[in-house]
Design a protein around this ligand. Structure first.
Ligand SMILES: CC(=O)N[C@H]1[C@@H](OP(=O)(O)OP(=O)(O)OC[C@H]2O[C@@H](n3ccc(=O)[nH]c3=O)[C@H](O)[C@@H]2O)O[C@H](CO)[C@@H](O)[C@@H]1O[C@H](C)C(=O)N[C@@H](C)C(=O)N[C@H](CCC(=O)O)C(=O)O
Ligand SMILES: Nc1ncnc2c1ncn2[C@@H]1O[C@H](COP(=O)(O)OP(=O)(O)OP(=O)(O)O)[C@@H](O)[C@H]1O
Length: 488
């Protein structure tokens, strides 16, 4: 594609000869530049892409886009200045990979918790109805029925996103959209058919200034709805209600609210996994969800409403939900030989903790034991609240290590000891030893919840020869089986 075609609308005054340059590819990573590529230099959070312009030129770049007036580099290829490199990258990538806009139906799901679960549920419903569906999210990406290795981010960068949209021949694309993605223009230029809001909880305040900023960033997804598109908003918290209020007067879109009362789709929960969805027509749909937790009832209601707006009939959606097998690492349950229950979950916010711990009680736990830590570098201001909620809702908790990222083990150990303000809690730094300890001291009727990592691999090495919570649970359950056998 010619440079001037690519830059149309992004840049007005381009030297005539520069416009004729043939661009063979686009990248913002100097290590990926090949002959004839356009290199987009971005001032990043860790390093400055402008420092790699010379390497990009050596690797064969045909033109450079950057944010700085002066690069201080003598170059005989065009340097084009833009106000925001990330935004320009998104627009260029869309033009390069998807010049005719997407014909597929695109669904974006945002919120602090429940994005992955809701997206898996909706995918399952659409596939049961015979449709093909791509999924872009934190567990993995699925394109044309093939699982692709998981990306670093929940939402891919703009370039990977446009390539993935280009590659997908699926009828539907469901994507999790993080607030980071919205503020970094990773989904710029995408027009959504449906956008979904799950909830907002204290998280990511290492990145956002405050909850207000976090909320307004999430709300940007709804500006990207196509005219006539559908906004589906869970009004279970103040942020969802506020978003619904903001969207209510927008004539160009349709708004569907989900909540316990005064919503277009009402959720009535019964005991354990029983629930009922009530449409505003009065249609009542009872369902026993195959996965546990009221939070999953909310996720199911969001997926239900999305499928309804896509024209599926109520009973086929409810039937599909009945065969949903869950998401890896989200409330995965395993029974121990002694009658106790292990749960592996991805909860890493206070609200997610309360859902998980309450679910264990509702399922009949006599004693709830909670094992968790804090991810290094991530929102440090939520840590105390996480301990407070665990202290309130568990019978016993074990503070342990999670991934440290750039925080040191000593630093984290101090934080864990300082936050452990209750006799209900102990600190066992080694995560695998914490799990082993809980297993050894468990009785029939106990529920042991290990939260934070879900099915992700450990970044640290621990005492037991395992690399994820699931493997550690299998290991300690195996040990317990041996002990039970040895004791006859
Ligand atoms: C803080 C943050 O969000 N960083 C994101 C950002 O990184 P960055 O572009 O600033 O990267 P950088 O390393 O400073 O590099 C700057 C530029 O130099 C270039 N470079 C670098 C080295 C080199 O040799 N040559 C070169 O050209 C890079 O390609 C880049 O263009 O843009 C990258 C591409 O999109 C992201 O991968 C990266 O996410 C990092 C890994 C991250 O941890 N992000 C988290 C906070 C995040 O985004 N999380 C949300 C999910 C949150 C949730 O759980 O809900 C997500 O969507 O994943
Ligand atoms: N609707 C919900 N409300 C509150 N908590 C929820 C909800 N759904 C899931 N959770 C909790 O949040 C955890 C993560 O769920 P899920 O992976 O579906 O969310 P996510 O938004 O994709 O999270 P992340 O952005 O961190 O990947 C679950 O393991 C569960 O503990």
């Amino acid at each position: 594609m010619k440079l001037n075609q690519l830059l149309e609308g992004i840049m007005n005054e381009l030297p005539a000869e520069a416009g004729l340059i043939n661009i063979k590819g686009i990248t913002n990573d100097s290590r990926e530049v090949a002959e004839g590529y356009l290199f987009v230099a971005i001032s990043g959070y860790k390093v400055d892409g402008h420092d790699y312009i010379e390497s990009a030129i050596k690797a064969g770049a045909a033109a450079i886009i950057g944010e700085k007036d002066e690069t201080g580099i003598n170059m005989d290829i065009p340097y084009i200045r833009v106000a925001d490199g990330r935004r320009a990258l998104a627009e260029l990538a869309r033009k390069f990979y998807n010049p005719h806009k997407d014909k597929k139906t695109i669904i974006g799901i945002t919120g602090t918790n429940g994005k992955t679960t809701t997206s898996f549920m909706l995918k399952h419903i659409l596939e049961q109805a015979g449709s093909t569906c791509a999924l872009f999210g934190s567990v993995y990406n699925i394109i044309n029925g093939e699982i692709e290795e998981s990306t670093v981010n929940t939402t891919m960068d703009a370039l990977a996103m446009q390539k993935a949209l280009h590659k997908s021949k699926d009828e539907y694309v469901i994507m999790e959209v993080s607030s980071h993605a919205l503020s970094q223009y990773r989904v710029e230029g995408i027009e959504y058919d449906i956008t979904v809001f799950t909830n907002l909880d204290h998280d990511h305040l290492d990145y956002h200034k405050n909850m207000e900023d976090y909320f307004l960033t999430k709300a940007k997804l709804f500006e990207k709805l196509k005219p006539g598109g559908n906004a589906i908003v869970h009004i279970g918290d103040q942020w969802g209600s506020r978003l619904a209020g903001m969207l209510a007067d927008e004539d160009r879109i349709n708004l569907y609210t989900i909540g316990k009362v005064n919503a277009d789709l009402c959720i009535r929960t019964g005991s354990r996994n029983e629930m009922e969805l009530i449409e505003d027509s009065g249609l009542r749909l009872p369902i026993v969800l195959p996965i546990m937790g009221k939070h999953n009832g909310q996720n199911a209601a969001l997926a239900y409403q999305a499928a309804r707006t896509l024209g599926l009939n109520p009973n086929e959606i409810i039937d599909a939900l009945k065969s949903f097998i869950g998401v890896p690492g989200r409330f995965e349950v395993q029974k121990l030989p002694n009658g106790a229950t292990f749960v592996i979950d991805y909860a890493h916010t206070g609200e997610a903790f309360s859902h998980c711990l309450n679910t264990a009680r509702e399922m009949g736990a006599e004693r709830v034991i909670h094992i968790f830590g804090f991810r290094g570098d991530r929102d440090k201001s939520k840590r105390k609240n996480m301990v407070d909620i665990s202290m309130l809702l568990s019978d016993f908790y074990i503070l342990t290590l999670d991934d440290l990222d750039s925080e040191s083990k000593e630093e984290m150990a101090n934080i864990l000891h300082n936050l452990n303000a209750s006799k209900k809690g102990v600190v066992i730094l080694d995560r695998t030893k914490a799990i082993e300890y809980a297993c050894r001291h468990s009785n029939a009727g106990d529920w042991i919840l290990i939260t934070g990592k879900g099915d992700e691999k450990y970044h640290l090495s621990y005492a037991l020869p395992t690399s994820s919570d699931k493997e550690t649970v299998e290991y300690v359950v195996g040990e317990q089986e041996l002990r039970v056998m040895a004791n006859g």
